[in-house]
Design a protein around this ligand. Structure first.
Ligand code: PLP
Length: 411
């Protein structure tokens, strides 16, 4: 019999979102008249901006002409997109990133899941708790953990509690770790890392020869220009950090698929006999072997995000979601909930009333207000006692959800 990769058996039974879908399905089958408002999964709801649609359309037409044939593209992306990234996402904020340090891909979920392949299996990893489940699960699959404990945490992985006390942005640990996943603005807590917090991380990583994997999928949602948008705004980060960005949330690309990862040329890892190796070369080799580039029309669409119209239109979309987030923050606060986040991220992180469990709160919200949130415990043991409310929905649904929650839970 063919042996399986038994690491997969260590994974907790259901991925969070299928379990939510199952419970919502059950409820809606039993209550067919309930008008359920889904503020659960973090997926965009606005249509693609006109500048993006136009770029997709004209690239598709171009490919239909004899002079416009585009087959396999360069593995790490077309120059027109990479140059726009270096200019608008970095140079505009005073950061120099070279074109050979940018690797365009079909998603940050993939990149944040695949990046662990270039590191040794014995690498010790740390995550902030709660965190985006991909970081932990892909390392479990690769054999970098022991079994799961009762609270869902895995042996062998270091969890850094993100709590009210540290503004949901934990400081570096006392002990050395090889790889640390950071995400700011944060999914699920909606918090944002300060300059001081990221400076402490970069200093720590350089002292310990560790690598930071910085997921900036939500950088466009930062409302304060003084907050770092990129880890490379912190001095020394080029020697210790990999950064990931995605067009999914900032430009509604969840169904279009385009993202990129930056691996600076200075960033190194080491072999068992101490030789230092450039990580960008390894990532380039990995992508060249396992990935065959993002479709041409999609890269044209991503480049259109940086055009004057594209910037204006996508900024309006972000503003729309951020207005939802502000309404959720205020509305839930007024209903007596403890709420965090939602100021620089499209998520509000809400304390469950009376300290009930995340899943009990999920059940209460669903059965009494017909509103779907995401149980915080699904993102890690420290998410227990919280629920994530997403601002990705229509204004009308957000206002209706707030009104219902206030009706049901206030006073
Ligand atoms: C949505 C999200 C991503 C983006 O994933 P894509 O594959 O680019 O759609 C990455 N990281 C986090 C934390 C996210 O929430």
């Amino acid at each position: 019999m063919t042996r399986i990769n038994e690491n997969y058996r260590k994974l907790q039974a259901g991925y969070l979102f299928p379990e939510i879908a199952r419970r919502v399905g059950e409820f809606s089958a039993a209550n067919p008249d309930a008008k359920i408002i889904r503020l659960g999964i973090g997926d965009v709801t606005l249509p693609l901006a006109p500048a993006i649609v136009e770029a997709l359309r004209s690239a598709a037409e171009e490919m239909g002409r004899e002079t416009g044939v585009h087959g396999y593209g360069p593995e790490s992306g077309y120059d027109f997109l990479i140059e726009a990234i270096c200019e608008h996402d970095y140079r505009a904020r005073g950061v120099e990133i070279a074109t050979n340090e940018v690797f365009v891909s079909d998603g940050s979920k993939q990149d944040s899941g695949n990046i662990q392949e270039i590191f040794g299996t014995e690498s010790r990893i740390a995550v902030t708790d709660p965190s985006y489940p991909v970081y932990v699960d892909t390392n479990v699959m690769a054999g970098r953990s022991g079994n799961a404990r009762a609270d869902g945490a895995y042996e062998g992985i270091l969890y850094l509690p993100a709590t009210e006390a540290n503004d949901f942005a934990p400081p570096p640990p006392e002990e050395p770790v090889d790889l640390v996943y950071l995400c700011s603005p944060n999914n699920p807590t909606g918090s944002v890392a300060s300059q001081e917090n990221l400076t402490a991380w970069v200093r720590w990583a350089r002292q310990n020869d560790s690598v930071l994997i910085f997921d900036a999928a939500y950088d466009a949602f930062i409302q304060d220009d003084d907050l770092p948008h990129s880890i490379y705004e912190i001095e020394g980060a080029r020697e210790c950090a990999i950064e990931m960005r995605s067009y999914s949330k900032r430009a509604g690309f969840t169904g279009v698929r385009c993202a990129y990862t930056v691996v600076p040329r200075q960033l190194e890892g080491t072999t068992s006999d101490g030789e230092r190796v450039c990580l960008a070369d390894l990532w380039s080799r990995r992508q060249a072997t396992k990935f065959n580039s993002v479709p041409y029309p999609v890269q044209r669409a991503a480049a259109a995000v940086y055009s004057p119209e594209g910037r204006k239109q996508t900024a309006e979309q972000v503003a729309y979601y951020m207005r939802n987030a502000a309404l959720l923050r205020e509305g839930l606060q007024a209903a007596g909930f403890g709420v965090f986040g939602g100021e620089h991220a499209p998520y509000v992180w809400m304390k469950t009333p009376g300290g009930i469990s995340s899943w009990d709160c999920f059940g209460e919200l669903l059965s009494r207000a017909h509103v779907v949130g995401t149980p915080g415990s699904g993102f890690g043991a420290c998410g227990e006692g919280y629920i994530r409310i997403s601002a990705f929905n229509s204004r009308e649904n957000v206002e209706e959800a707030i009104a219902r929650i206030r009706r049901v839970f206030s006073g």
